[in-house]
Write a protein that binds this ligand. Sequence first.
Ligand code: HGY
Ligand code: MN
Ligand code: MN
Length: 415
Amino acid sequence: MRGDISINAERLLGEIEHISQFSDVPAPAVTRILYTPADMAARHYLKQLADAAGLPWREDALGNWFVRLQGTEPDLPAVATGSHIDAIPYAGKYDGVVGVLGGLEALRAIREAGVTPRRSLELIMFTAEEPTRFGVGCLGSRGMAGLMPWDAMRALQDANGVSLEQARADAGYTGELESVELSRDAYAYFVELHIEQGPFLEAADREIGIVTDIVASTTVRVTLTGEGGHAGTVPMPERNDALAAAAELVLLAEKAAGFRSRGLAVATVGMLDVHPGASNSIPSRVELTLDVRAREMRVRDAMLEEVHTGLKALARSRRIRHEWQVLNHDPACRSDPRILTAIARSAEALGHAHLSLVSRAYHDTVFMARHFPAAMIFIPCHEGYSHRPEEFAAPEHIVAGTETLTSTLVELAAL
Ligand code: HGY
Ligand code: MN
Ligand code: MN
């Protein structure tokens, strides 16, 4: 990195610790769901940091947050970085946060070094990267890219029947939803810093991951409906038990992904609700979510087809009605080669060993890449733990990632 720009490691690491307290569960776990008091408190904290750094910021109608470091040619498309701060239930403290606070540190370090980049730099904190509240991930970046019909987004409801419209209005975001969409020339490049959420960088003893592509992911909500009835009096042959059908579906999904294969195809049923939920009542309805991913879209689509076909067959034989509602069906994302080169050049100049790899988690980068050249920088996380309280990123890796991001942003802003 240019000799005069230096990361304030103590400040950055302290802020990552500090923001983790905004959570609905006790440390070391973090739960920070869209528009909840914990989320709003964390957002407020970020705004205080930007204000303290003298960096102007704005928010859009969904709560996407933008912090700008003006360049010498402000009319040029800017170079953007960013990530998210929302956290699924009982997550860790680094997922997303490293990219938001690392990005803020990059802008501050450049400004404090008295460097004014040619292109403006912009940090984005994306609203709702996690699907927790409304079932669809990356709501903020999806909206910015104009990739979800606005009425479909408006119609989203949480588990309590609160609409997205109501929830964002309650949080103080009242602008027209359509105003969230970015112009296609808003940015020249987008780079996201994130923990790997997998084991490969740590296993290879590399500090920096250069993300070549991001897997294709789909989420489906499946509803299975039977007759239910008394657990003691309905003979087994006469039952159409919705939960037994769901159990068969879960194993079907596991098999479709090639259970025990070390491939990149995965399938997960992460949520399952049973109705009526009484020990002496045959489940009459089950609602579950199916998350299916693969590096190649045709593999992902084939797995989906296998599970859907299997579901139809088991529903027939069990006399179960079924609904298959696709919540999101997203493409794989390939990184921009020019940015990959800039990341590698920065990592090497900084003496950080790097490794190229695929992201098996999805990120806001998937949606930014639909309109802007984009790529990601990973740092290791211990044992690959993520979406669990044991998630851990070493301080030296957070600093290495932020240094590499800063250097990459400086290089891209000069182009
Ligand atoms: O699920 C994902 O891949 C991301 O962490 N939200
Ligand atoms: Mn996550
Ligand atoms: Mn994330």
